[in-house]
Write a protein that binds this ligand. Structure first.
Ligand SMILES: *Cc1c(COP(=O)(O)O)cnc(C)c1O
Length: 354
């Protein structure tokens, strides 16, 4: 690591989150959702930890992500997104389960989950005749119907919409053994409905909805950097591109090696970071590779700066930026190395760039 900016992932916290959710729901099947490089945390590391903590399956968005996991894991892996029929054979050869969203012509040894749209209006069959016809067709072929599922649009935030989706599903009279419905929000808000769930955001210790949760989640993701320079500048000097920030008195300006190319976007201007338990403001425009902080004489080169931590949480940052916790962790790019901690020790380190 030749640049001092890193994401730290506390794997013990992921273990904790999976365990408390598994215990709370009592589900036998838990799909650990590790799409998008494990929501930015690292797909392989999170998958390994989640499986050891009680998850039974893995799920990702695309076949590419599934094939990467297959090199490391023998457990069932489900692709949640659409896969073209051109790649069914490849999925079959690698024992990857696919999501079926409409009619297909394939008659090989492939595990599939049928996706039903009950009100998200994104992917899946929504008409009961089509659904029943598709199940019949699959059952007559070599393709194995491993599961049937639907995705929730509002779990945790709207009971009315949840029950509308659930009632549509129930009205189909399908084999409940095969069905999985709940994502993180559903598992925490309506666990009693099923015995399998697709666990994403809550596994990372991030809250799936506003309001009180039935279990304590622990955020696994932190983002740190180290100061590369501190300089004293005079009153009336400007800082950074566009000269948008002008000092109102003689000031100390610190520079950090993180910028918008790391996913630390320009909208962060004016937000706070933490150095030695005190908060300091990001001033001037965020650059591609660097940001500047208004500090004081107590701060020096090599001091560690927390950009995301237990004090400035992923949730705080999402609120500040008018977005959701999911987007924050997924946005930090693979230019930032990931460091893994368990039992209080650094156990692994990934630099994706060399
Ligand atoms: C991403 C995803 C999940 C996981 O959702 P969380 O809200 O992160 O728990 C579950 N199911 C599907 C279909 C998904 O795409």
């Amino acid at each position: 690591m030749f640049r001092d900016t890193w994401v730290e992932v506390d794997l013990d916290r992921i273990t904790h989150n999976v365990k408390v959710i598994k215990e709370y729901t009592g589900y036998d099947k838990i799909f650990a959702v590790v799409k998008a490089n494990g929501y930015g945390h690292g797909d392989i590391e999170v998958a390994e930890t989640a499986l050891a903590a009680g998850a039974t399956h893995l799920a990702v968005a695309f076949l590419d992500e599934a094939l990467r996991l297959r090199k490391h894991f023998t457990c069932p892996i489900l692709v949640l997104g659409y896969t073209s029929e051109d790649y069914f054979e490849l999925a079959s050869e690698n024992n990857i389960s696919l999501t079926i969203i409409d009619d297909f012509e394939y008659d090989g040894k492939l595990n599939v989950h049928l996706k039903i749209d009950t009100g998200m209006n994104r992917l899946g069959l929504d008409n009961s005749t089509d659904i029943l016809r598709m199940i019949e067709k699959i059952n007559k072929s070599k393709v194995n119907l491993e599961g049937i599922y639907t995705h929730l649009a509002t779990a945790g935030s709207s009971d009315v919409h949840y029950y509308k989706q659930l009632n549509r599903l129930k009205s189909l009279g399908l084999d409940l053994e095969l069905i999985h419905v709940n994502n993180s929000a559903g598992m925490l808000a309506y666990k009693e409905m099923f015995s399998a769930g697709r666990l994403g955001i809550a596994m990372y210790g991030l809250t799936p909805y506003d309001g009180v949760l039935p279990v304590e989640l622990k955020q696994a993701f932190s983002l740190y950097s180290k100061i590369t320079s501190v300089k004293k500048i005079q009153k009336g000097e400007s800082v950074g591109y566009g000269a948008t920030y002008v000092t109102s008195k003689d000031s100390y300006i610190a520079t950090l090696p993180i910028g918008y190319a790391d996913g630390f976007l320009r909208v962060n201007k004016g937000r706070m970071v933490e150095i030695k338990s005190k908060l300091y403001e990001i001033v001037g425009n965020v650059c591609m590779d660097q940001i500047m902080i208004l500090v004081d004489e107590t701060i020096s080169k090599d001091d560690i700066v927390s950009l995301i931590s237990d004090e400035i949480t992923v949730g705080d940052m999402a609120n500040d930026l008018g977005t959701i916790n999911y987007e924050i962790v997924c946005s930090i790019t693979d230019r930032v190395p990931r460091v893994y901690k368990s039992n209080g020790k650094i156990t692994k380190f990934n630099n994706y760039r060399f």
